[in-house]
Design a protein around this ligand. Structure first.
Ligand code: FES
Length: 154
């Protein structure tokens, strides 16, 4: 399984290697297609892109959008940037962490939901805002987000 994933990552990197600055497009493609950026694939990515594994690790760990482990069946991204903070995002995040029994970047024990922070989703006028997988939702409440996150994820 891991060998197959590494081969897929290598193939994705090779397909983007011609781009100027291919690393971010490669990492996004890997996460889109595999669901995370596995650390076991760093050497293959580095080799295909002519980079070091430290450079791969540095970029993956810098951006909160990238995960190195598989996420839950639903990924809930809750905005923590300024406009959303002004509308109660800090308390919303604390409430969601307590309801789901996870910290940021954590996945519920049943594998249903991963809780991720986000830093402005472009939905400031509808703060506080979140993404449920790729679906944007505004003026969210903890009740509503928990319900949306668990719909179809059981
Ligand atoms: S600050 Fe939350 S969507 Fe912009």
């Amino acid at each position: 399984m891991t060998t197959d994933i590494i081969a897929r990552c290598r193939s994705i990197a090779a397909a983007h290697a011609h781009l100027d600055g291919p690393l971010l497009p490669v990492l996004h493609a890997v996460q889109d297609q595999i669901g995370h950026v596995p650390m076991a694939a760093y050497p293959a990515l580095a080799e295909e892109l002519g980079l070091s594994t430290a450079e791969i690790h540095g970029v993956v760990s810098f951006y909160p959008d990238f995960r190195t482990e598989p996420g839950g069946r639903r990924v809930l991204r809750v905005c923590r940037a300024e406009a959303c903070q002004a509308m109660g995002a800090a308390a919303l995040g604390d409430d969601l962490k307590a309801r789901l029994g996870v910290e940021w970047h954590g996945t519920t024990e049943d594998g249903a939901v991963t809780l991720e922070p986000a830093y402005c989703l472009g939905l400031c006028a509808c703060a506080p805002a979140a993404l449920v997988d790729d679906r944007p939702v505004g003026r969210v409440t903890a009740d509503g987000l928990e319900r949306l996150a668990r719909e179809g994820s059981a």
